[in-house]
Every structure is written in C-alpha cells, then in structure tokens.
Design a protein around this ligand. Sequence first.
Ligand code: SF4
Length: 285
Amino acid sequence: MSNIIQTTGTVERLEDFNKRFSLKDIETKTNNMFYQAISADVNIKDSKLKMDKNKLAVSEIFYTLSGEGDDAGAPTTYIRLFGCNLKCPFCDTRYSVEKIDDTIQRLTLEEIVNTIISYGCKHVAFTGGEPMLYIEKINKIIELLLLHSDDYTFHFETNGTIKPTHSYSVPVTYAVSPKFYKLDPTTLNDYTESIKEWVNWTTNHDGHQAKVIFKFVYEGLETVEKVKQLENTIDGFNNCFVYLMPEGRTLDLDKYRECAKICMKEGYRFSIRLQCILWNDRRGT
Ligand code: SF4
C-alpha cells in the first residue's frame, strides 16, 4: 500500500503524519479523555476482517451533503466501513456488507484520519455496514481528529443492535434505524432491549453531548404499526425524535407526499433523502 494518502484535498506523507500524531502518544497523553469504558460487542465472523488492530476495512470515504435526518444538507465527510452484523434483504449498501472485494481498502487509522482532515470538513459521519462494530477503532479516529481540531462534530448511522457505551467531549448524533424484519418473535426481545438502551441514552445527557434520533423507512401503514409497537413497548420512546423517510432510491414525489401526510397525521418528523434527489443515491454520494 502506498504510504502517501491520496485524496481530492491535501496530500501528506504518512510518515510525516505519523510524526505529528502517533496513536501511542495519544493513548498515553489523553488517558481516555474523550470516552468511557469500551465494551462494544464485536460479532464479525469473517476472518478477513480480523485484521491489524490499527486498521479498518473501508468501503469508501467521501465528502457530500448529509442526506437524511436532522442534519440533512450539512456538508459532511462520510466514512463507510465494511461489515454488518445483520443481513437485511432490502440492504442498499450490500457492497459494504456482503463480500470483501477489490473496492474495499484496509486503511490504517492514521490514513483514515488524514483523509478526513484533507477534506477540511468538520462534520464527520461514520456509516456502513454497521459502524458500532468498530467503535474502539472509531474512538481512536475521533481522538486523533480532536487533537487536530476541537471543532469536529460526529454522526453515527447505526442499526441500533449494539448499545452505546461512550461519552464524548463534542456533539455526537446517533441516527438509529431499527430493522423491522428482525422484529419477529424470536428476536424481538433482544432487539427491543437494545432500542431501550438507545432511548435511555437519548434522555440521559449527563457527561456527554449525545443526541439520538430514530429513522424509519416508510413502506406503508405497516411501518406505522411497528413504530407504534415500539412506542407501546419502550418507556420514553414516544418522547424521542422519530423520523419517517420515503422509500426508494430515486425521487418519487407520490411516495414523498404519502410519507409526508402520514408524518403530519401521526406526529412524526419527515426526513428528506437528499442523496436520492440530488444524485440518484449513487455510490460515493
Ligand atoms: S443493518 Fe443496514 S447495512 Fe446492515 S444489512 Fe441491514 S440495511 Fe444493510
């Protein structure tokens, strides 16, 4: 692998970067100042992913406008990590879930940080796959970025199966998208427990600047029934920000209007899907 990080922005030799930011230094200097105990439940069976502890399998890193939820429209650098603990039949990022191919890069954490810095954007989103699988390594990335500048804000796109455990000194948003196909009688209890943890996380702001929103793809009245099921099962869920998003990868105004009407009727927030409107949900957007 080249030791020069190539991006559309600034290019810096990795050895120069390493001189400025070494993980070892950071570990000793920061003493976990940005997060609390690490206990992410990593459950990746693919041995190809059991790589160097200083590397991550990256599907893509790109700069765009955030497409969904409460920060839609915000300039954002996305890091899409390979690997997910679910296998949703409707997954629209299979290239980041199913098979490690030549498009997946194994990058050191320093390479990822340097690429993010080179874009010059201080809002960073971790997505996947399921980024919470790699929360320890992501926390190292966050530490390194915050040494560079304390103006960074972070965003996680997660399926909600892995509980949040970390606190940060800067604003962090978790967009939790529960996957309903998992809500069958055999998995409902486990999944509901995870969602409860997220609801607690959104209501307990002591010591951290976390915000949690829930996002659901609106596929018809069945979606509303399942959201209500969560409202009825989980205390505090109906105090959370709940977004419904129109289904589909391109702009379909009829679907947008149908979803908008349901949001108005039921009191949910409507989430645009800017990436579908502007770019037809192309990879890297
Ligand atoms: S949780 Fe998301 S990334 Fe994972 S398989 Fe399901 S849709 Fe794909």
